[in-house]
Ligand binder design. Sequence first.
Ligand code: FAD
Length: 464
Amino acid sequence: MEKTLHAGLLVLGGGPGGYTAAFRAADLGLDVVLVERDPYLGGVCLNVGCIPSKTLLHAALVLKQAREISDHGISFSEPKIELAKLRGWKNSVVDQLTQGLAGLARQRNVKVLQGEGQFAGSHELRLTGPEGEQRILFEQAIIAVGSHPVSLPMLPSDPRIMDSTSALNLEDIPKRLLVLGGGIIGLEMAEIYSALGSQVTIVERTDGLLPGCDRDLVKPLQKEVCKRYEAVLTKTEVSAVVAESQGLRVSFSNSQESAYFDKLLCAVGRAPNGNALKAEKAGFLVDTEGFIKVDEFQRTTVKHIYAIGDVVGNPMLAHKATYEGKVAAEIAAGYRVANDAKVIPSVAYTHPEVAWVGLTEAQAFKTGRQYKKASFPWLASGRARTFGTEQGLSKLLVDPDTGVIIGAGIVGANAGELIAEAALAIELGLEPSELALTIHPHPTLSETLAFAAEAYEGTLTELY
Ligand code: FAD
């Protein structure tokens, strides 16, 4: 017989958005049921996204640094790559974190149910899972069903064609790998496979890597990957892929010749999962792409149903999902809050890393927004030199009328860590002088933002 459960708050989807919302709501006293179709909590980010990719990127960085230090007098023999062990380490990092989440759910009395949910009414969800069909009657709901990788119809169905999920399985290291898409995910995966020994070719439709990011930030990265990879083909599209026994035969839009690759990674973007929920039964609006429409309170067009994370729009990033999860949970618990984040930082964890937050020059160019700019090249950073790298740049964009910082960009080691200070400066409405007058520890890369601020103020006297 079908089981019926009651929930004060139903959270659909156990990724970073969903589990954050569920935990926050439980902490605020709501009776929470969290539904996840996969056996583990954590969603894309923990299982097949941020965490496994960053674990492998760490290994890639160690390999790169071990090779580069030979220029400075320390040489190692060629590294031996034990793929099964590396995969095991990556899986163990993921397992520790996802199991930790299960424990955190238990501590808070969040009831976790496994199964695929679809709405049957504005207060009813049907759940199909290992325990058969269940019915959940809820007072309020938060939808956090995330997104999935986009695939291209012209790609044949062949095990040598990977998406980011299968690429992270690290089944083997192909001799020649073609990466379709020069965005963050494509570049991070390329970095991993290249460090492990693949000859990598990247194909990007637009005229440069990381479309949308400022060109002065991309330039050092592009220079670096052009050295390391077999080819970086910009303004190029793949026109056909034929699966043959000796490899994948790939044709390109701007060339008569085709080339063989052992594997192909399709990293051309992600699409929201909003179309598979039977939204019409609950009455909330989903657009043609699958994004759920929400207001600044994360409310869908049905007042007691909220939506958060990848399924409500770009940028599809875990920290955006967790922020929105907290907002939705607090509103569901009766608090008067809203999604009033001014900025959301973006990071490509490539080597060098690229990070940006707030206004970019590319956006300003498109919209005609006025700005003033100051930058600090890492050539003059003592700390960058001690890392054996001088490739890097920190820059600030300032509103000419109010004098406050409205954007920042960093390329170089640990840019992803450093950008948080700029995000805080923008949220607090700080002026460059306030960054410049904050004493930063020396020698650190964090000084480079303060130096950019000093350059803006015209007070930059001390380099190194
Ligand atoms: P998800 O994490 O997608 O979780 C949604 C969950 O809902 C899933 O577990 C899914 O199984 C479940 N679900 C879906 N439909 C149903 C249903 N009908 N019933 C029950 N359950 C359902 N972001 C960053 O910020 N930093 C990074 O470094 C980063 N790296 C990434 C690397 C890769 C390779 C990829 C693919 C993504 C990366 N991202 C990164 C993006 C990040 O993973 C997502 O933005 C984030 O996971 C979105 O969280 P979410 O909670 O909205 O959805």
